[in-house]
Write a protein that binds this ligand. Sequence first.
Ligand code: T1G
Length: 677
Amino acid sequence: MSDETPVSVTMQKDGDVAVVIVNNPPVNALSWHVRQGLKDNFEAALADGGVKAIVLRCDGATFIAGADISEFGKPPRGPDFNAVLNMIEASSKPVVAAIHGTALGGGLETALVCHYRVAVPSAKLGVPEVKLGLLPGAGGTQRLPRVVGVEAAATMTSLGDPLPAAKAKDLGLVDELAGEDSLAADAIAYARAKIADGPRPTRNRAVFGDVAVIEQLKTANAKRWRGFEAPYANLACVEAATRLPFDEGLAFEREQFMKLMFGSQSAAQRHIFFAERQAAKIDGLPKNTQLRDIRKVGVIGAGTMGGGISMNFLQKGIPVTIVEMQQEALDRGVGVIRKNYDASAAKGRFKPEQVDQMMGILTPTLNLDDLADCDLIIEAVYEDMGVKKDIFGKLDTIAKPGAILASNTSYLDVDEIATATSRPGDVLGMHFFSPANVMKLLEVVRGDKTAPDALATAMAIGKKIGKVAVVAGVCDGFIGNRMLKPRQVEAMKLLMEGATPAQVDKVHVEFGMPMGPFQMSDLAGVDIGWHRDPNRIESIRDALCAEGRWGQKKQAGFYDYDEKRNPSESARVAELIEQFRAKAGVEKREITDQEIIERTLYPMVNEGALILTEGKAQRASDIDVVWIYGYGWPVYRGGPMFWAGLEGTDKIVAALEKHGFEVAPLLKEKAEAKTGF
Ligand code: T1G
């Protein structure tokens, strides 16, 4: 081993058992120096006549959690992973994997070439590669069917969810459960007991189970896997294991792995893996920033948003005081929370006693003064600046010193709201997405005067309640809704010029969005932001609203809906569009799908470039995270800014200029340099 190789693998001896220990914080990823260390130490253990059995374990929080994803796409370094694994599997001495934390991906593949596996009950074992647009590329798809059978292997690889140790033991993936605090000793004892049995190479075991599960998984997950390549590649490899000799199956797996590895989908999904973690970091945050303690939360407004927001905290055991102005609204809001929890309990997500517990720490009140002991207060009332400033003015006197005062506003100026208080440092935005107890995105809006510790606390509590929190700057629509605007404006123009709502939506759905602009408008409500004057008809939308076509909630919007909310194209809407087109003297023309992409998606990239230049997002990858987790942008396209790199920023600029858009300087720069963001 050359001297510049970091020492991340060592070996200890316990009598006739060698213990190989990996120590590569934070997750013991299989970085090149780990592979090198495994090779060197196993070679030493195998050459040592006094060693009769070998234990592989890890220091730190977890067993090996996979290949080092940060190495992907870089020049290969250190020994080939498969070669190291084959050496371990071919060991003439029994090898036992001692598992704690999460044995994931290449980590589980390493455990699979060990002849036996011992795990603590709290351990989890899985192959999440599919979530990175990959598949287990070190024999996992060929060895799992030989240990847990085809059904479990197909499910594990194509869905990527880890198994708890007990379930893994039921499946034969774990041979013995160790004591939570005695894993090393138990694994050594287990290894010693296996000396007589000797090694049990996984590759020599027979595949078993029913291959029919593969088609069943495809049918059951068709909607969820729409547009994804990796789930199907995983299943193809497991299917290959049922009919090919091991080495041929390994070769097939390798070929499928390389295809995915060098494809755009995995690059996109790996980008989002890191982007999501990067989003949690606040650039320039003073090192010694202390988080404020959030023991109790106040929520003002018990409507859809206030109720959903409250649920996030209740299910993490954080007490909530929820305030409404009228008893009837308060009772209705609390009733909806209870109903939602009961529905989740009926699906097995909560036990009935958990629902009672959560409802037990919810305190409904009509009195704003009852928020005096809250550490975080989230206002979720009507989107009106006057109403919000009035509330924040009152909170200024009611809330205790140091309480964070957050508005759930989806676009209003947080700095202006802060002027209603004498403590602008405590004021920020926490923009949840509806339904707030389901959608993962949380835009944390940083006001000019927001204190760093208040911002850091809001980001941390967002993560604690299971959200993906992203820092946004104050501007109209922050990050997500600001980019939605040009998309919606152009979509409406396309209707005037000859496209139909169904054509525009179809292009977006085929692109991978869960729904198109008009389906989204019908779902959210066509009347959101409408001036409410049925006699003032200045746009197609005004005309729809004036006729009560407010969307799904009225069984009519851009589409007609039956009682099950199944949409159908509306002759009335076509007539309205025709009338507007005639009045405006616009000639209907054929609109291509490509033009729809260029005029609805490219302007989003343009707006994202402006957001970056104005400093309203910390980094381009934050914008991607917003669109993946807030709007369902297909993760295999990596988010708008990442996708711009795949699409070609030069191609985007050329199209935007062709359609008469003013191109953001930063986007122009990228186009000239022929790079992405
Ligand atoms: N490679 C590189 N860095 C990783 C990493 C990995 N596999 N996993 C985590 N990190 C970094 C992460 O970016 C963060 O960095 C820090 O570790 C803590 O992570 C050949 C090809 C293990 C459940 O997909 O699911 O094996 O932000 O915040 O919440 O077939 O990390 O601190 O700078 O997530 O405690 C397969 C991915 C890889 C597992 C821990 N393995 N990781 O969660 O910490 S592909 C995975 C996770 C593969 C083989 C194939 C989670 C975790 P920073 P964290 P956590």
